[in-house]
Write a protein that binds this ligand. Structure first.
Ligand code: FE
Length: 354
C-alpha cells in the first residue's frame, strides 16, 4: 500500500472508530507534527508558536489528560497520527514506555542536555525512549502559627503521631503521589514505606480530595496544618495578582523536605517520539527544541518549572524565593521511581489510602 493510501485508509478507519483526531485537514500539508499533550498549561502556547516560527513546522495539538492519551494511542495502534507525546509525571512516562508507545531515539543533543537520571534507560536498539524536559519539586506547606518548621522538615515526619488529624494530601493513587511514594520506597525500602503510608492515613485531616492547590487552600483555611504540593502550584499563587491568592500565600510557609538526608523529591514532565510517528525527524526536532535555552526558559517563566537541561540560567522570582535560592534534590533515576508504582498501589490498598 502506498504511504498516501495507507494514510487515507488509516484516517478512514479511525473516523469509523470515532477516533479521528480533531486535526484540521488544512494543516496536514507541508511540514507538520501532531502532538498529543497532557500539559495543561496555557503558557505553553508561546512554546509551540516559537517552534513553528523558527522551523516552519506546523503543530497540530490534541490535548487530553495522561490516561486519555495512553488509551487513545493504544486504540489507534499503528494507524496513530501522533508524532510527539508530552506527559507530566515519571510514573506515567514509565507506564507508556512499558506499554510500547514510544520510539526510542538517538540524539546527541538531548543526551548531552538532559541529565541521565532525568531520562529513560537506554533501550536495546541504543535509543532513549523518553526525556524529562522540566522538573518540579514535591514540597510541604504548613501553617506557621500551628507548627514549627522542624515539625515538618522531612517526609518521614508527616507520619509522626504528633500530626494526627492535621495532614491534607490529594489522592494517594494520583501519579504525583505514586511517584513520591515510589521514591520513598527506593530510599527506605518497602516495609518502612508501608508503615509510613499507614502513618499518613492516620494523620489525615480529611479524606483526600481535590488537587494540590486545594491542599494549600486547606492549610490557609485552617482545615489542616500541613499539606503536600508540587512547587508550580504554589509559585502560581505567589505570582498571582488576585488578592485572595495573595492572602492565601501569606498564611502558609513552605519547606523543601529532607535537606539533611536524600533531598527533596523531584518529578518531571517529559516527552517522547510516538512509536508509530510518520514524521519522526520533525518530532525529534521538536523534542530537541524543548531542551533549548529558550524553551527551557518558557517552562521556568511560564509554568514555574525548573529547567531539566544542564546549565540553563533562568529568571523566576517565585521559584527563587520559595527555595531560598536553591535546594538539595534527590538524585534517584526517575525511571526507577516509575517502576515502583504497582508495588506502591498495592501498599496503598493495604493501608486504605484512597
Ligand atoms: Fe499538575
Amino acid at each position: 500500500m502506498s504511504p498516501k493510501l495507507f494514510k487515507l485508509t488509516a484516517i478512514f478507519l479511525l473516523a469509523c472508530a470515532g477516533l479521528a483526531p480533531q486535526i484540521p485537514m488544512a494543516q496536514t500539508s507541508g511540514a507538520f507534527i501532531n502532538i498529543y499533550s497532557a500539559r495543561h498549561y496555557p503558557t505553553d502556547e508561546a512554546l509551540y508558536a516559537d517552534f513553528t516560527k523558527s522551523t516552519g513546522i506546523k503543530i497540530n495539538r490534541v490535548d487530553s489528560d495522561d490516561a486519555g492519551i495512553l488509551t487513545r494511542l493504544k486504540a489507534e495502534g499503528q494507524a496513530s497520527p501522533a508524532d510527539v507525546i508530552l506527559l507530566v509525571d515519571a510514573a506515567r512516562l514509565w507506564r507508556a514506555e512499558i506499554d510500547g508507545l514510544f520510539l526510542p531515539v538517538k540524539s546527541k543533543l538531548l543526551e548531552e542536555a538532559i541529565p541521565e537520571n532525568l531520562r529513560a534507560k537506554r533501550s536495546d536498539n541504543g535509543g532513549i525512549p523518553w526525556f524529562g524536559l522540566s522538573t518540579r519539586a514535591r514540597v510541604i506547606v504548613y501553617d506557621k502559627l500551628k507548627l514549627q518548621k522542624s515539625d515538618v522538615d522531612t517526609y518521614e515526619k508527616l507520619a509522626d503521631p504528633k500530626l494526627r488529624g492535621k495532614l491534607c494530601i490529594r489522592s494517594g493513587s494520583h501519579p504525583y503521589n505514586l511517584s513520591l511514594f515510589g521514591a520513598m520506597t527506593e530510599h527506605m525500602g518497602p516495609q518502612q514505606t508501608e508503615a509510613w503510608l499507614k502513618g499518613l492515613v492516620n494523620n489525615l485531616a480529611r479524606n483526600p480530595v481535590g488537587g494540590d492547590t486545594d491542599q494549600i487552600k486547606g492549610v490557609a483555611s485552617g482545615e489542616c496544618a500541613v499539606a503536600v504540593t508540587n512547587t508550580y502550584y504554589l509559585a502560581r499563587l505567589m505570582r498571582s495578582a488576585n488578592a485572595d491568592d495573595k492572602a492565601l500565600v501569606e498564611k502558609v510557609s513552605v519547606v523543601f523536605p529532607n535537606q539533611s538526608s536524600w533531598g527533596t523529591h523531584l518529578n518531571i514532565a517529559g516527552g517522547a517520539v510516538a512509536k508509530n510517528s510518520k514524521n519522526q525527524e520533525n518530532a525529534l526536532k521538536f523534542l530537541e527544541y524543548l531542551a533549548s535555552t529558550s524553551a527551557q526558559n518558557h517552562f521556568a517563566n511560564g509554568n514555574n518549572e525548573w529547567p531539566a537541561a544542564k546549565g540553563v540560567s533562568f529568571e523566576n522570582l517565585a521559584l527563587k524565593t520559595m527555595s531560598g535560592g536553591g535546594f538539595k534534590n534527590e538524585v534517584l533515576p526517575v525511571s526507577a521511581v516509575g517502576m515502583n508504582q504497582i508495588k506502591v498501589q498495592q501498599m496503598l490498598d493495604r493501608v486504605g489510602f484512597k
